[in-house]
Design a protein around this ligand. Structure first.
Ligand SMILES: C[S@@+](CC[C@H](N)C(=O)[O-])C[C@H]1O[C@@H](n2cnc3c(N)ncnc32)[C@H](O)[C@@H]1O
Length: 386
């Protein structure tokens, strides 16, 4: 159920047809979000402070952009007015009256947390485009489903637009070629919001991270983490946010004990942890054997089932009886149906339910040993060797 439909069920005064129209006319509005981000309209509204007209915001934005020169692009007042009006409809700013807009809590959040704006651009650019071509892709392929990772609606969009060089490329490769990867990496650092650090979150969820890493509370026969043992390997760990949070909580862990594995060309150094190049798809076996924990944060939902199983099997073969596989993603619940759709359309991936995780563990010779699903924010699934 979409947000607007949920609101309609809470506010009976909204007729069902109006709720329907509100939901299905969203896509074009979402196309204006990157405009607002590009011209920093949210920042300008926050800095302005009070209710502002489109003229006020256009003046601030254009004077910040510089007096002129051929390469400085100014935004027209009409584009500011329409964009702010549409952002108000999306709830990202408030409309005071026909001509005045003011920042609301979401505007302030986006300005205080720039990663959220980068995320908004990703879903309202690549995500919007993939969604727009989903039905055509299905129709033209006799509804073949699920999509393959490099042959989904996004790739089909480029084929239909005559950009065949992108028609078989992974979404990340396309973004890299378009200079979009730095923005995507910035999105990944903070995402849309942070409910505490990784150690705080999992501890609050009832998970014993210290025992998992062998830091304390070691069980019978386990002498605890040795100096030459790897505590945690974060596969596809981006800019190392997760392991840096682990390092901050447990400063006794040496950089050599915290390994970020990446193939991302825009990431070449992460002080405080060991950055290792490993392409989980094309490289051979997992080079770090018997680590205490292997983590996959927001990785498996980017992968179709077969690719996800292949990756988990690679990790299962590297795991010792003491190793844990930690899967950190969003739950497949009503909060995240939009994300589920985005993963399908962009990557051939999907959010997964408890039943799907248990099934995947079984196929890979593992068993689910901990699972905690959050209504909003990251959930945690732990697997160990069966
Ligand atoms: C959705 S992001 C998640 C980043 C990070 N785990 C986080 O939660 O912030 C996916 C990450 O996987 C990396 N990645 C994608 N394909 C990969 C591959 N085949 N091998 C290694 N890393 C890969 C990307 O570069 C990106 O940093």
């Amino acid at each position: 159920m979409s947000l607007l439909n949920r609101l309609a069920s809470l506010v009976p005064a909204v007729p069902p047809g109006a709720a329907l129209a509100g939901t299905v006319t969203l896509p074009a509005s979402l196309g204006f979000v990157p405009v607002a981000v590009h011209f920093d309209l949210f920042g300008a509204l926050v800095r302005h402070g009070g209710p502002a007209t489109a003229e006020d915001i256009a003046r601030v934005v254009n004077s910040a952009a510089g007096a002129g020169g051929d390469d400085v692009i100014h935004i027209s007042t009409l584009l500011v007015a329409d964009t702010l009006c549409i952002m108000a409809g999306l709830g990202l700013v408030n409309r005071v009256d026909e001509n005045h807009f003011v920042a609301n809590a979401i505007t302030h959040h986006m300005v205080a947390m720039p990663s959220a704006q980068h995320g908004a651009v990703h879903f309202c650019t690549e995500g919007l485009m993939a969604g727009a071509f989903l039905m055509q892709k299905l129709k033209d392929t006799n509804f073949a489903y699920p999509f393959a990772e490099c042959d989904g609606p996004l790739q089909y969009a480029y084929r239909l637009m005559g950009q065949d060089h992108f028609a078989k490329q992974h979404a990340y490769t396309i973004m890299e070629a378009q200079g979009r990867m730095d923005s995507f990496n910035q999105f990944m650092v903070g995402k849309f919001f942070k409910a505490g650090t990784f150690p705080d979150r999992v501890t609050a969820a009832g998970y014993d991270l210290e025992a998992a890493l062998g830091i304390s509370g070691s069980s019978a026969g386990d002498q605890g983490l040795r100096g030459d043992e790897v505590a945690m390997v974060d596969i596809g760990g981006g800019r190392g946010e997760l392991l840096l949070e682990v390092q901050a909580r447990y400063p006794q862990l040496q950089p050599s004990q915290l390994v970020v594995q990446e193939f991302n060309a825009a990431i070449d150094e992460i002080p405080g942890v060991h950055l290792m190049e490993w392409n989980y798809k094309v490289s051979g076996e997992q080079p770090v054997r018997g680590a205490r924990a292997y983590s996959l944060q927001h990785i498996l939902h980017n992968l179709p089932d077969l690719d996800a199983v292949a990756l988990v099997q690679k990790l299962a073969r590297a795991m010792s009886p003491k190793s844990r596989l930690l899967i950190i993603e969003y739950a497949k619940n009503l909060t995240y149906t939009n994300l589920h759709a985005s993963m399908i359309a962009l990557y051939g991936g999907r959010e997964r339910s408890s039943a799907e995780w248990h099934q995947m563990a079984g196929i890979c010779g593992l068993k689910v040993t901990f699972e905690k699903y959050e209504t909003a924010g990251e959930s945690l699934v732990e697997m160990q060797r069966d």
